[in-house]
Write a protein that binds this ligand. Sequence first.
Ligand SMILES: NC(=O)c1ccc[n+]([C@@H]2O[C@H](COP(=O)([O-])OP(=O)(O)OC[C@H]3O[C@@H](n4cnc5c(N)ncnc54)[C@H](O)[C@@H]3O)[C@@H](O)[C@H]2O)c1
Length: 356
Amino acid sequence: MVEYKVGLVGCGHISGAHLRAWARTEGGRVQGVFDLNRELAEKRAREFKIATIYEELEQLIAECDVVDVCTPPQSHGRIARQVIAAGQRLVIEKPLVTDMADWEEMARLLAGSPDKITVIHNLKFSHSVQQARRWVHEGRIGRIIRVQREFLTSPEADRMLAGNSHWSHQLPGGRWFETLPHELYLTHYFAGPLELAGVSTAHTDQAPAGAPADEVIITLKNGQCLATIHFSANCRQNRRVFTVQGTEGTITVDILGDFATLTTSQDRRWKRSIGGVTLLASGATMLRWLPDRSRYFWRQLQGETPHTRIIRAFDEYLQGQGPVPTPLDEVDYVVRNCERIGREIDRQVAGGRVIG
Ligand SMILES: NC(=O)c1ccc[n+]([C@@H]2O[C@H](COP(=O)([O-])OP(=O)(O)OC[C@H]3O[C@@H](n4cnc5c(N)ncnc54)[C@H](O)[C@@H]3O)[C@@H](O)[C@H]2O)c1
């Protein structure tokens, strides 16, 4: 077994999910933590019985084999370059960087060892997305022709949109840039790399500070498939849904409920009279509901989350038991499109081309 020391940087909101995940790996042992806010580092160290609270990032990098970065994205570029230049492995939260120049410099440093970086593209490892992927591989929905992502929320439901001081408001495109990697790697996971075709924004009189473009639709495409991503800061439903449309059926993934549904029922005249494909699909979903939820709750009871699964996948890779969790082409695709979309949203808001 390969054993290695992990140092965690940034002890805020998401760090707990990472520390719980490292405790479930075969080879990773958290050696110490570092945060600019020492009180937060002390709190996490007490909670997870971690021996060392580092005073300096440089010392953590020198003493740990793997550096796990959970700081806001604005600081990622500088920390990541230091880790890679020191020759250590990097596990880092999305968005990887806010600036293409940082990624290009990192990619240059990574040349020859592209497996030194894992970006936390955790939703790929969620229960429902894995189920959706199995259905696609089994050919249940035919050829994928359309991917649609809805992230429709409001300041009441979304801690990052609330108020006017969250760090995500300073990102390119505001708060949307924080979640955009999820949308892009999910699209890539199902439909492969697509070209950015357009960004449309609206600025209503309800726009919160964190989302000056409070309605955004992004379109991506290739010769086979069209994809859209819709962000809204105005929707009280807090709807986070991902739909994969194939030539033979539809998969709908409710990201918050972590539940996937499959509809393959085809239109027939007699079906219309009993309520159509919607009614038949609901029946099929109800039959799946109990076994799926039993599996889901069993995993929840065991403390399994998308974060534990992606960090375990990283550990399995180090043990020689699996592939890298986030291949470089996926990372590159996400970083490049995030930057282009974020800058385009800012350009439209600043240029006054938004509808409002
Ligand atoms: N994958 C997911 O599902 C998911 C969910 C939430 C957050 N995130 C990502 O995790 C990262 C952190 O988000 P969060 O919500 O935990 O933020 P947070 O603000 O709660 O925590 C960030 C912590 O980093 C510390 N920090 C800031 N700059 C630092 C630096 N240069 N060196 C050391 N410490 C520093 C802060 O003091 C703070 O404690 C972001 O990139 C965010 O997008 C991912």
